[in-house]
Design a protein around this ligand. Structure first.
Ligand SMILES: NC(=O)c1ccc[n+]([C@@H]2O[C@H](COP(=O)([O-])OP(=O)(O)OC[C@H]3O[C@@H](n4cnc5c(N)ncnc54)[C@H](O)[C@@H]3O)[C@@H](O)[C@H]2O)c1
Length: 381
């Protein structure tokens, strides 16, 4: 079962699982489509309605995808769907996933809190109510940790000594937006549910994902959404659209902000591995899911170089940082779970940018009308 099946990650995962012969049940309330429209933007790659793309995918792959339109903050809906389909695994993507959107004003902050935290609580109560041994794969973010001066552990707890006494505490976290704090609160709630009821969990701390293609997305009919505006676009995808529109690539502030990036293909491969290698029943597994540590300045250089190979002369222009964040910092997260399961990196960013730009170019004329959504309008301070 995939919660958030209409999303950037949900749709490719549905295709991946269907292509492997699994039965896939997906829930989505179409919130991202509406919220992207709300800020005056669109998906850079045109995407079909859920009904249309499910029909195409079910013709192409041997598995079967069933779509349920609904909101997971509706407890009855999620209970009924889980009871009806008794899923072996539930992958939970169905959250408001934009940090800038959560920072627009109090209404966007409280919506993000309600949507994300209540949805996750509903999910764990629904599993408990159905009395199933379901593996919950919850998508959190590396952003839960912030950018601490210590090396980021890949564990839910760390040992500490406070005033001479030793104990274990939850791994220290410091979200950088209301959105990131909802993910921290989710992690705490999931840890508590695991302690109370022994629900088997994989809590993934994932870095920003980029790209348009996976092994299953070969035709445009199966494209997943691709956001590029200042509210919904993550940095790599945003730079690629800036490049094709002849606009400067715009790192925020000094541009020394480092994050752990990964391609859509590698994200799907990692998720498949985690789904097919579940933890022991009752275990809580924390996973740091990223591939390459790069600063936003380094990424701008990569996009500039790869765009030049396609005849595009992209300029780089650092702009005022709307966020409140460190612009030069230590960043060294631990990553052992995925390598221990045999994960092999397939895509390096420098090899993926050309393909993304080629997929975007046929949409250049359509996107010319959306240049005004490239630069941030919300200041976080
Ligand atoms: N894309 C990334 O780079 C990235 C990185 C780290 C973590 N994540 C996390 O992974 C998850 C998926 O990300 P994505 O990029 O696919 O986002 P997305 O917004 O494209 O997909 C999320 C989907 O969930 C749906 N949804 C939201 N609230 C819902 C609700 N209450 N009920 C039913 N459906 C609901 C949305 O309509 C959307 O289709 C999110 O939780 C996000 O925070 C994403």
């Amino acid at each position: 079962m995939i919660l958030g099946i209409d999303g950037y990650l949900g749709w490719p995962l549905a295709l991946r699982m269907a292509s492997k012969g699994y039965e896939v049940i997906g829930i989505d309330n179409m919130a991202t489509r509406k919220s992207v429209e709300e800020v005056g933007s669109i998906s850079a790659l045109p995407i079909k309605s859920m009904d249309e793309r499910v029909k195409i995918a079910n013709k192409e792959f041997k598995g079967k995808i069933t779509f349920v339109k609904g909101d997971i903050t509706d407890y009855k809906l999620i209970c009924d769907t889980i009871k009806e389909h008794t899923p072996e695994t539930i992958v939970h993507f169905a959250e408001q996933r934009s940090a800038p959107y959560s920072m627009i004003d109090v209404n966007h902050a409280t919506y993000t809190m309600r949507n994300n935290i209540n949805g996750t609580i509903n999910l764990i109560y629904a599993i408990r109510g159905a009395d199933l041994d379901t593996h919950v794969v919850k998508m959190g973010t590396m952003g839960e940790f912030g950018t601490p001066k210590f090396d980021i552990p890949e564990a839910p707890f760390v040992d500490v000594e406070i005033k001479g006494k030793r104990d274990k505490i939850t791994t220290p976290k410091w979200g950088g937006s209301w959105y990131h704090w909802t993910k921290v609160h989710d992690t705490n709630n999931l840890l508590f549910a695991n302690k109370l009821w022994g629900i088997t969990m994989t809590d993934i701390m994932q870095g920003p994902v980029y790209g348009t293609r996976t092994s299953e997305i070969k035709s445009e009919d199966l494209f997943t959404r691709f956001d590029f505006d200042a509210v919904w676009g993550t940095v790599v995808n945003r730079y690629c659209v800036e490049a094709i529109l002849g606009e400067p690539l715009t790192p925020y502030g000094k541009g020394g902000q480092i994050r752990g990036f990964l391609s859509l293909q590698d994200s799907m491969d990692a998720l498949t591995l985690l789904i097919e290698n579940k933890p022991k029943t009752g275990e809580y597994r924390s996973v740091n899911q990223f591939m390459e540590l790069l600063s936003v300045n380094e990424i701008a250089e990569i996009v500039k170089t790869e765009a030049a190979k396609l005849g595009i002369d992209a300029k780089i222009k650092n702009v005022e940082n709307p966020r409140v964040e460190e612009e030069q910092h230590h960043y060294n997260p631990e990553r052992t779970v995925l390598p221990s399961l045999g994960f092999k990196l397939k895509v390096q960013m420098k090899d993926a940018i050309g393909e993304i730009i080629k997929d975007l170019l046929p949409n250049k004329n359509r996107l010319e009308n959306y240049k005004d959504v490239l630069l941030p309008k919300t200041r976080w301070r």
